[in-house]
Design a protein. Structure first.
Length: 279
């Protein structure tokens, strides 16, 4: 029986590998074409004040369509773009498009903060600060309107250059958020060395918080220590009122998740704002 299972396993793994390889080749093609033709789409997910559901900011999330018009999850193409050294170009196109949308909202009288995800490789590039500054200049956007989301992994790269880049960006007026906080290897105390403004509690802790005491403790610890460092705390992945209630109880100030809205096209995001805004 073991032998049979073993053989099945081998078979299973090679099938899975083959599938993954086909997937990669297919996604690589889509990715290269999208970059060449500037086809990346951006969806937008609101970030709200938990106390009154007021929309404070919005996160830009990249979207790529396959040949059938289905969206490929960003987790699949962002990592691949990094591996293939395509992330710079892709990241620039995302940044540019997100700023264009912010501008179009401003023209409609909507004032909101825009959060843009920046991958570790993109951030580590010497030219990143200049690129970001050139973008706000080009679009005539105030830097205070832009928040850059980086991960703990990004922080763990070369200490001096990360510190210097963060210093330059925050001096220029950009805000910095640490995304997926709690999943990496950095410690809260490490944060005091960096110019960081916001912590985004990873959604896995929010998801498990109601059933698992350890997750609740982690959420509580991030909130308490984050506050002592004067950071704004955003909880990710809020799906239910029970999540929201618990987070308010733990004194978390902001949140993001399907409870408020899934990521939306720019047009639908504007509609969302219009239906949720109080007169
Ligand atoms: P992230 O930056 O942590 O973004 C939040 C992810 O959680 C998004 O997934 C969002 O759709 C999803 N989400 C939001 N609320 C909920 C919820 O209530 N429940 C659940 N289950 N999920 C929720 P998405 O758009 O698939 O993006 C996944 C990741 O891909 C992002 O995680 C980010 O790391 C990366 N990514 C997306 N767009 C970009 C980009 O433009 N540049 C870079 N470098 N990375 C990006
Ligand atoms: Mg993010
Ligand atoms: Mg996240
Ligand atoms: Mg994530």
């Amino acid at each position: 029986r073991a032998k049979k299972q073993g053989r099945n396993n081998i078979c299973y793994f090679s099938d899975a590998l083959e599938e993954e390889l086909i997937d990669r080749i297919e996604i690589e093609k889509i990715l290269r074409r999208a970059i060449e033709k500037d086809l990346v789409e951006i969806h937008f997910q609101p970030q709200v004040n938990l106390k009154n559901s007021e929309v404070i900011a919005v996160e830009a999330l990249a979207r790529l369509k396959d040949a059938d018009g289905h969206y490929i999850p960003p987790l699949k193409f962002i990592e691949l773009a990094e591996e293939l050294h395509l992330i710079d170009k892709l990241g620039e196109q995302i940044f540019h498009k997100a700023c264009q949308e912010l501008k179009s909202w401003e023209a409609q009288g909507i004032s909101i903060k825009l959060c843009i995800n920046v991958s570790a490789k993109q951030f580590a590039k010497n030219s990143f600060v200049d690129f970001a500054l050139a973008q706000v200049e080009l679009h005539q956007i105030r830097t205070s309107k832009i928040e850059l989301e980086i991960t703990e992994t990004t922080l763990m790269e070369d200490f001096d250059s990360v510190k210097s880049t963060l210093h330059q960006l925050t001096e220029a007026g950009f805000s910095i958020a640490i995304d997926d906080f709690g999943t990496g290897y950095s410690s809260l105390s490490y944060l005091k060395f960096f110019n960081v403004n916001i912590l985004k509690i990873d959604q896995t802790f929010v998801k498990d918080m109601l059933s698992d005491e350890q997750s609740t403790d982690i959420v509580q610890t991030i909130i308490t220590l984050g506050k002592s460092l004067n950071l704004t705390i955003i909880a990710e992945g809020i799906e239910t009122l029970a999540h929201e209630e618990k987070l308010i109880e733990l004194d978390c100030s902001m949140g993001q998740g399907y409870l408020y809205s899934k990521p939306l096209s720019s047009e639908n995001f504007v509609k969302y704002l219009q239906t949720t805004m109080r007169p």
